[in-house]
Design a protein around this ligand. Structure first.
Ligand SMILES: Cc1cc2nc3c(=O)[nH]c(=O)nc-3n(C[C@H](O)[C@H](O)[C@H](O)COP(=O)(O)O)c2cc1C
Length: 311
């Protein structure tokens, strides 16, 4: 028997496999398509204070090795999320795994306010499924010039500190992949009081329709996810693990157990399945089964012992 339990910065997970934000709806949509007992956590789609329409269509394009999307963080807003979505998740999903809530905003104050309200709600029976917060820092800082929060270590540090001040829930910061050196960003999160890191978000990308001689996406560009970004993500996880003791939730092209095991060996404590769920909703189950089989074959009594074993 292999122990599959892991602890991601205070978030107790029964298995090391989670879902990635934006690829598993608000968590209840796959009930019936997947046995959730393979999941150590479900990450909800990004949420901010007010409802948000997202980008115009078309907003996704399939490419070799993945998907380019520009959904634009469409969401129902925090009130609807807390009043309707989270209670619905608990009611619809038998033995619902802990929920990580992915948050975003246009200012540091907005992130802090979303975190405060989530923390308050998590203490009520209706929203007790909320067990952690994940900050998506790959969105524009509207109040301060429009650059993303995740591309300036000092802004990132301010954001993490402000959110930390409002929540005692495990705080995960989701790093942007398009930075020259991940280490200053890791330190900014550490100093700001983050409990864990998640990586990677999608990589900026675009697709052109050669017949129309126009970009395929209405938003012109989007973010690449899927198989093609996996080796990029492995390197970033490896580098981040070398730079910090913070636990890492790794994502980026996990389709098979082999992909997840690579992440664990690079230094991740847990992994998230994203784009692969669209083509095979049972991916998380296959991945968990394969991790257990690997541990048995290599004599690891616990999945937690794999973290960073390639260093
Ligand atoms: C359609 C789509 C929507 C996404 N929405 C979000 C989001 O709301 N917040 C976020 O932090 N990441 C979002 N992501 C990024 C994923 O959570 C994940 O980091 C990325 O896709 C890499 O993993 P993958 O290759 O397994 O999909 C989204 C990705 C996709 C494909």
């Amino acid at each position: 028997m292999v122990s599959t339990k892991v602890n991601l910065g205070g978030l107790e997970m029964a298995t090391p496999v989670a879902t990635a934000s934006g690829t598993f709806g608000y968590g209840f949509e796959y009930a019936g398509a997947l046995d959730y007992s393979c999941l150590g956590a479900v990450t909800a789609k990004g949420i901010r204070l007010a409802p948000w329409p997202g980008n115009a269509m078309p907003r996704h394009a399939e490419v070799y090795g993945g998907l380019v999307n520009a959904i634009g963080l469409q969401g129902t807003g925090l009130d609807h999320f807390l009043d309707i979505t989270v209670p619905h998740y608990t009611a619809q999903v038998k033995d619902a795994p802990p929920m990580i809530v992915n948050i975003w905003g246009g200012s540091v104050d907005e992130y802090a306010e979303v975190a405060r309200r989530l923390t308050e709600a998590a203490a009520t029976p209706e929203c007790a499924a909320i067990k952690a917060i994940e900050c998506n820092v790959s969105c524009p800082n509207v109040k301060e010039g429009g650059h993303t929060f995740g591309q300036d270590p000092s802004v990132l540090n301010r954001l993490v500190s402000a959110v930390r001040a409002k929540t005692a829930l495990p705080l995960i910061v989701k790093l942007a992949p398009n930075v020259p050196d991940v280490r200053p960003y890791v330190k900014a999160c550490e100093d700001g009081g983050a409990d864990a890191l998640s990586m990677i978000n999608t990589i900026p990308a675009m697709v052109i329709d050669i017949e129309r001689r126009r970009p395929v996406l209405a938003n012109v560009s989007g973010g690449l996810s899927g198989r093609g970004i996996h080796p990029v993500a492995v390197k970033l996880v490896y580098d981040a693990h070398k730079a910090t003791k913070l636990p890492i939730l790794a994502m980026g092209g996990v389709y098979e157990a082999k992909d997840a095991i690579e992440f664990l060996l690079a230094g991740a404590t847990a992994v998230a399945v994203g784009t692969a769920t669209f083509s095979d909703p049972s991916t998380a189950r296959r991945v968990l089964d394969g991790i257990e089989e690997y541990c048995t074959r290599h004599g690891f009594a616990s999945v937690a012992d794999l973290a960073g074993a390639a260093h």
